[in-house]
Design a protein around this ligand. Structure first.
Ligand code: HEC
Length: 156
């Protein structure tokens, strides 16, 4: 009887642990795009409290942008942010036309030398132009490695 109970509890643990993570996409551009546009729909996410709505930006991203963050990022009070955190940045031209979508996604063990971020740059229709561990993204954001490579939000 006791053995059966142990077996049931063990089975429950083994089934539940992977399920808790199952909803997050792998570090590849297609699954990430699918996740942020369909499964989770980033436009319903929030903004950082200190970076609301459309904001002026710098090169290379363009003159205007919005940065949406998921719950895991938003609930992270200290750097590094929690695994599974995603920041989606909509990049606009001066005409307020959407030009590109750049994404940072924190994946356990993906790139320990540079904050475990998976980087991607998509065209507005979801084509991944650049993705993975691009030296450009990592290098420039790496100037704020202490802020977990995040530039628009300052952890206090
Ligand atoms: C030369 C510097 C530079 C490079 C290269 C760069 N970024 Fe950024 N990134 C910035 C700056 C500056 C911001 C702050 C917002 C702004 O000014 O546009 C930013 C903001 C972001 C944000 C919003 C989250 C945050 O960190 O605040 C994302 C997501 C992002 N970049 C993704 C990328 C990706 C993906 C790449 C590579 C394809 C990339 N960036 C390359 C400078 C850079």
């Amino acid at each position: 009887m006791k053995k059966q109970l142990v077996a049931v509890v063990m089975a429950a643990i083994f089934l539940c642990v992977p399920m808790a993570f199952a909803e997050m996409p792998g570090p590849d551009p297609d699954s990430l795009w699918e996740y942020i546009t369909k499964e989770s729909s980033y436009t319903k996410w929030e903004f950082w409290p200190d970076h609301q709505g459309m904001q002026p930006g710098r090169a290379p991203h363009g003159p205007l942008h919005k940065v949406f963050v998921n719950d895991r990022a938003l609930n992270s009070t200290q750097p590094p942010v929690q695994y599974g955190s995603i920041a989606v940045k909509e990049n606009y031209g001066t005409d307020k036309e959407l030009k590109a979508i750049t994404v940072m996604y924190k994946v356990t063990g993906y790139n320990p030398d540079a904050g475990d971020w998976f980087w991607a740059k998509f065209s507005p229709d979801g084509k991944a132009d650049i993705f993975g561990k691009p030296a450009g993204c990592v290098g420039c954001h790496g100037t704020r490695a202490k802020n977990d490579f995040i530039l628009v939000h300052e952890f206090k």
